[in-house]
Design a protein around this ligand. Structure first.
Ligand code: SF4
Ligand code: MG
Length: 285
């Protein structure tokens, strides 16, 4: 890893096809900044994406990358990390991808606590398929397929993570560039599964959860008297349904990644130190 890597080194030469103003631009920039700030470079970074507008991110970033199937990016990312723990693995996806078809994988990835990060671009809608209600859409959010709203409470991804035994739970906002990069950086630095739900507005299909809405509503935990190591305090914040918190909400500093636990680490001693090609050679043998 070189120390003079800039975040722009993580940009590919592909022009994003996201709509102008899409929150995913800011989310991706923060991911790239966090990777550069933590001493990573494109040669040791592996991005796994799901399906959706967010899923295109692996094309727009310069790193090793794999575009998984819908909802299945997390098990792929876990496989990459376990095949070569020397890689920095970052999984990215959307709220529809991660909290609907991928909800089962999310719960079990949280439980397993492999040392990687998971950034969800939460725009509270299915963007790629032109604006249907997603798991995090509001109860009364009117769409073409839910003309009176979904009539169900939205999934609280932070609560789902906490209940599944998460060791790192954070929430971010793609438009707050500095804070967003700092929060993702903390997730990357965490020893275990660093989960960041990122408000990433869809400017084309969601006229409710807009930049203005989040700017007016977000409460930055760095300006509050909140101790992320206090699980009870985190639980209170997470279950307060009427607040949009930003920051690290919960972190267990005693977290031991699954692959470093006694009895597991020893079984993985043949893992190569080098690039993913070396790992692939191992698989092909
Ligand atoms: Fe972004 Fe929405 Fe456009 Fe998809 S449809 S690229 S989420 S603004
Ligand atoms: Mg979405």
């Amino acid at each position: 890893m070189s120390s003079d890597v800039r975040f722009t080194d993580f940009k590919s030469d592909k022009q994003p096809t996201w709509c102008p103003g899409c929150g995913d631009f800011g989310t991706m920039n923060g991911m790239m900044k966090a990777l550069a700030e933590t001493g990573n470079d494109p040669d040791n970074t592996f991005v796994v994406a799901g399906i959706g507008c967010s899923g295109k991110i692996g094309t727009y970033m310069h790193s090793y990358a794999l575009h998984g199937v819908h909802g299945r990016a997390l098990p792929v990312g876990i496989g990459v990390k376990l095949a070569n723990p020397n890689l920095e693995v970052m999984v990215a996806g959307g709220d529809g991808d991660g909290y609907s078809i991928g909800a089962g994988h999310f719960v079990h990835a949280v439980r397993r606590n492999v040392d990687m990060s998971y950034v969800v671009m939460d725009n509270r809608i299915y963007g790629l398929t032109k604006g249907q209600a997603s798991p995090t859409s509001r109860q009364d959010f009117e769409t073409s397929t839910t003309p009176e709203g979904p009539q169900m409470p939205p999934v609280n991804p932070l609560a789902l993570a906490l209940a599944s035994g998460a060791t790192f739970i954070a929430q971010s906002f793609s438009s707050d560039a500095q804070r967003h990069a700092e929060i993702i950086q903390k997730a990357v630095e965490h020893d275990g599964f660093g989960f960041v739900n990122t408000y990433s507005p869809c400017v084309t299909f969601n006229d409710v959860d807009t930049y203005d809405y989040f700017r007016d509503s977000i409460v930055d935990l760095s300006e509050e008297d909140h101790d992320p190591h206090d699980r009870e305090a985190a639980k209170e914040k997470i279950l307060e349904g009427d607040k949009e918190y930003m920051g690290v909400i919960y972190q267990d500093d005693d977290s031991v990644p699954w692959e470093k636990r006694e009895g597991i680490e020893g079984d993985m001693s043949d893992i190569p130190d080098g690039a993913p090609e070396d790992a692939m050679d191992l698989v092909r043998e």
